[in-house]
Design a protein around this ligand. Structure first.
Ligand code: PGA
Length: 248
């Protein structure tokens, strides 16, 4: 269950979130889920310090990274820099990165490999636009993205990673895919993975993302193939995110 804050919260606001969130979150949620907080790069160190000093069991995630480990890549952040900050997860290929920053499947694939090389767990995002859905291309699109974004990975790597299915039209719009639509596409993703990596298909964790909130999480998590959620807007509020974690 991951909080994707996107470009929100400075490091002071991030610390306030963690202080409030740890008071709200229930032990049951901590016991049964991996809870991952993905702040902007500028807040990673502050959040890590609070998690560490208060011995909190939440995991730290980044929202992106570069595929090279070091070098002349102005403005980029590398895997080794993240692991040094006790970051354990990294969101890769989010639709906003693919769309606004022209990240191709090949770039995402290189980043996923770099994440593994550095011991990070990738959360690799895939999803279709509204137009692709309306024209009946949802399954083709996610199949293409999965095959190319995960190319060259071993069964063992895929077993240990996370895939997030995020229909682009449902992100930040208040429109959620119905639980059934989310289930159907996620089942397709699992099938595609089974074709290429039979041993990994049941182990890879697949999240749904796109306007997840306390009101729709129960139905989403009740679906057999949905293992978790990547939460944007609703994860900015510690009370809402703590509620989401208490899904039935
Ligand atoms: P949202 O974002 O929950 O605000 O729709 C989800 C995401 O983009 O990860």
């Amino acid at each position: 269950m991951a909080a994707n804050w996107k470009m929100n919260k400075n490091h002071i606001e991030a610390i306030h979130f963690v202080e409030e969130f740890r008071n709200r979150v229930e032990q049951k949620a901590i016991n049964r889920s991996d809870i991952v907080i993905c702040p902007p790069f500028t807040a990673l160190r502050s959040v890590q310090t609070v998690l560490d000093s208060e011995d909190l069991e939440f995991k730290l995630g980044a929202q992106n990274m570069y595929a090279e480990d070091s070098g002349a890549f102005t403005g980029e952040v590398s895997g080794p820099m993240l692991t040094k900050l006790a970051v354990t997860y990294v969101i890769l290929g989010h639709s906003e990165r693919r769309d606004y920053f022209q990240e191709s499947d090949e770039m995402v694939n290189n980043k996923v490999k770099a994440a593994f090389r550095n011991g990070l767990v990738p959360i690799c995002c895939v999803g279709e636009t509204l137009r692709e859905r309306e024209e009946g291309f949802t399954n083709k699109k996610v199949e293409w993205q999965i095959v190319h974004s995960l190319e060259g990975l071993t069964d063992e790597q895929i077993s240990g990673m996370v895939v997030a299915y995020e229909p682009i039209w449902a992100i930040g719009t208040g429109k959620t895919a119905t639980a059934q639509d989310a289930q159907d596409t996620i089942a397709t993703i699992r099938l595609v993975i089974r074709d290429h990596h039979p041993d990994a298909a049941d182990k890879v964790r697949i999240q749904y993302g796109g306007s997840v909130n306390p009101g729709n999480i129960d139905e989403l998590m009740a679906q057999p193939d949905i293992d978790g959620a990547l939460v944007g807007g609703a994860s900015l509020d510690p009370v809402q995110f703590a509620r989401i974690l208490m899904f039935e």
